[in-house]
Write a protein that binds this ligand. Structure first.
Ligand code: ZN
Length: 542
C-alpha cells in the first residue's frame, strides 16, 4: 500500500502542470476513487479550465454535497444561463449504484478531456452536465461488495437511507433523486445517460445499452433511439474497437437460444422515468466480467460517442422532444394507460457469447444470487454468437382509457408533494364542485408479503364507474393537458404498479377505519375540466 501511494504521488509530480489525472489512471486501474478524491479532482480541473463550473445537485442523506459539473463554452452556472445560450443540455450520471464504479471513473476522465483535453469540440452545440458520483453515501462504504472483475474494493448499492436510488423515481423519497428531478425540470436535459455495471448473462461485449421501454412512453422517442441513435453510436464504438449489444439477459438462463430479454419495464427505473418525461434515456450497463480497465475505457468511449452524436444533432434532438411534449399535452389523454404487459420481440440481435456447460449451483452462489436455480450455465472458452429475438417490447395486456383529468380529495399532503416534486401541474379547487365523475368501485385491497424499498406494496382492485359526486373545495385537479401527462396515470391510477396507492400513500383512505372493509379511493376522474375557480398550486403547507 505504501508503494502504491508513493507511486501515485510520484506520477502526479511527474505530470507537473499537465492536466490532473483521476485515481484510476494514477493507480493503473487498480483502485476506484473515494468521494473526497472525486470532489478534489473536479475542483482541480475546474481551476485550470475556462469551461467548467461546479455546483451542488443535492445534499445526500448523510450530508455530502453531490457535485454537478457543468461544461459549456459559455461557462454557464444556472439553468437560465443555459437557456440564454440556445444550446440544449445533455446529462451524464454515474454511480447511482455505488458499487458499479467504472462510470464514475469514465466521467472524471471525460470531464478532464472536455475541459482541458482534445474533447472541447463536444461543447460546440450543447451544454454537458455530469454527475460523476450520484450516490455519494454508498460510494465510501468500501468493501468486497461486488464480484466484478476488479476493482477489489467498491461501495454499496444503497444510499444513506438504505434505498436503491434506481427504484425511487416515482415515490421520490431520497434527497438525491429529488435533486435530480429538480435538475430535469430546471436544466431540461434532452438526453440522460445513466451508467451501471451488469453481472447477468455471460457475453463478450463490454458495453450494453437500452432506452426507456415502459409502454406508456412516447413511441416516437424509442423508435428514434433504436432506429437512429443506438445504431450510429454502436457502429462508431465498434470502429473504436469496442463491441456493444442491447442490454439484456438470456430469457431462459439455462437455454440461450430462447431469446435476449430486458424485463426492467417499471417507471421506478430511471431510464423509463426519463422516457415518460419525453426525454431521450440511455441506460449504460457495462459487463461485470470484463476487467476494470476495459470497463472504464469502453464506457468512456461509449459516452464520448454519445456526446459526439448529440453535439452533431443538438437541434434535431431538441426539436424532437419538443414535438413529443406538444403531442403529449394535446393528445395523450386520447390514449390508454397500460398497467400490465408482456415482453415481445423488438428486433433481432446478435449476442457475442460462448458455448456453455450446465453446472449445479452451490449454496453460496444461491445465497449471493437469489435468482439462481439448482443449475447454472458456465461459459467454456469456445466463442459462439447467438442470433436471438430481443424481448424488450412491452406489449399491453391490461389497459384503461385515460380521462381529461384527475381529482384528488383533500387530506393527502404527501401525495401532493410528490406530484409537485415531479413538476406535474396541480390546481386547487377554490369552491366545491358537484357533477358527473368516475369513482373507483373498490373490490379488494391486498398487501404484499414482503417489504420492497421499505414499503409493503398495496394492490387495489376495482373498476371506474360513473357517479354524481360532491367534491369539496380544497380538492386538487390534475389536468391531462400538460407535457408531463404520461407521469400522471402512473402516479394516480389504482392499477399502476408504481402508483402512489401502490407505494402506500393512500392507505389511510383505502381501508375503512375500525373495520377491514374497503374504504374509498381518494382519486376521481373527470371527462372535462371542472367549471369552478381554481388556483395553480405552487407548494403545500407543512
Ligand atoms: Zn446498477
Amino acid at each position: 500500500m505504501v508503494q502504491a501511494g508513493f507511486l501515485g504521488v510520484l506520477l502526479v509530480l511527474l505530470a507537473g502542470a499537465e492536466a490532473p489525472r483521476p485515481v484510476v489512471e494514477v493507480t493503473n486501474f487498480s483502485r476506484t476513487s473515494t468521494y473526497g478524491e472525486v470532489v478534489d479532482f473536479v475542483q482541480a480541473v475546474a481551476r485550470g479550465s475556462e469551461v467548467v463550473a461546479v455546483t451542488t445537485l443535492a445534499t445526500s442523506a448523510e450530508g455530502r454535497p453531490v457535485p454537478l459539473v457543468i461544461l459549456s463554452q459559455e461557462r454557464v452556472r444556472t439553468p437560465e444561463e443555459r437557456r440564454a445560450t440556445g444550446k440544449p443540455a445533455v446529462l451524464v450520471m454515474a454511480n447511482i449504484h455505488a458499487g458499479e464504479v467504472e462510470g464514475k471513473e469514465a466521467c472524471q476522465m471525460l470531464i478532464r478531456d472536455v475541459a482541458l483535453g482534445p474533447l472541447g469540440y463536444l461543447l460546440e452545440h450543447q451544454v454537458v452536465l455530469v454527475v460523476p458520483i450520484f450516490n455519494a453515501d454508498g460510494n465510501d462504504k468500501f468493501g468486497a461488495n461486488r464480484h466484478d472483475n476488479g476493482p477489489e474494493l467498491a461501495g454499496v448499492r444503497h444510499n444513506g437511507q438504505f434505498l436503491d436510488l434506481n427504484r425511487d423515481y416515482t415515490k421520490l423519497e431520497s434527497p438525491e433523486v429529488r435533486g435530480l428531478v429538480r435538475l430535469f425540470a430546471s436544466w431540461d436535459p434532452v438526453v440522460v445517460v445513466d451508467m451501471h455495471t451488469t453481472n447477468g448473462s455471460y457475453h463478450r461485449e463490454p458495453v450494453t445499452y437500452t432506452t426507456g421501454i415502459n409502454p406508456n412512453g412516447a413511441r416516437a422517442l424509442s423508435d428514434y433511439m433504436w432506429g437512429t441513435f443506438f445504431p450510429k453510436v454502436a457502429s462508431a464504438l465498434e470502429r473504436e474497437g469496442w463491441s456493444s449489444v442491447p442490454y439484456g439477459n438470456f430469457a431462459d438462463p439455462l437455454e440461450p437460444s430462447t431469446g435476449w430479454e430486458n424485463d426492467a419495464v417499471e417507471v421506478r427505473y430511471g431510464s423509463n422515468y426519463v422516457a415518460l418525461r419525453n426525454r431521450l434515456a440511455i441506460l449504460d450497463e457495462n459487463y461485470a466480467y470484463a476487467d476494470f480497465k476495459t470497463r472504464v475505457l469502453a464506457s468512456y468511449a461509449f459516452v464520448r460517442e454519445i456526446l459526439h452524436f448529440t453535439n452533431e444533432r443538438a437541434t434535431e434532438l431538441a426539436a424532437l422532444v419538443q414535438r413529443v411534449d406538444g403531442e403529449t399535452r394535446d393528445g395523450y389523454r386520447g390514449e390508454r394507460f397500460v398497467s400490465s404487459w408482456q415482453l415481445e420481440p423488438l428486433m433481432e440481435v446478435t449476442v457475442r457469447s460462448f458455448e456453455f456447460e450446465k453446472k449445479p449451483t452451490t449454496p453460496e452462489e444461491r445465497a449471493r444470487l437469489p435468482w439462481l436455480g439448482p443449475f447454472r450455465l458456465e461459459p467454456t472458452s469456445t466463442q459462439r454468437d447467438y442470433r436471438l429475438p430481443y424481448l424488450a417490447r412491452a406489449t399491453p395486456t391490461t389497459t384503461v382509457p385515460l380521462p381529461a383529468g384527475y381529482l384528488l380529495l383533500p387530506g393527502f399532503r404527501e401525495a401532493v408533494e410528490v406530484l409537485l416534486a415531479h413538476g406535474v401541474g396541480v390546481e386547487r379547487l377554490g369552491e366545491p364542485f358537484s357533477g358527473r365523475v368516475e369513482r373507483l368501485a373498490m373490490e379488494a385491497v391486498e398487501t404484499a408479503r414482503n417489504i420492497v424499498q421499505g414499503h409493503v406494496a398495496v394492490t387495489v382492485k376495482g373498476e371506474w364507474v360513473a357517479a354524481e359526486e360532491q367534491v369539496p373545495a380544497g380538492s386538487l385537479f390534475v389536468d391531462m393537458r400538460q407535457p408531463l401527462a404520461r407521469l400522471v396515470p402512473v402516479l394516480l391510477e389504482p392499477s399502476s404498479s408504481d402508483g402512489l396507492a401502490s407505494w402506500g400513500f393512500f392507505n389511510r383512505a383505502l381501508v375503512r377505519q375500525w373495520s377491514r372493509e374497503p374504504g374509498i379511493y381518494p382519486v376521481l376522474r373527470v371527462s372535462s375540466r371542472p367549471a369552478v375557480a381554481m388556483e395553480v398550486l405552487q407548494g403545500v403547507e407543512r
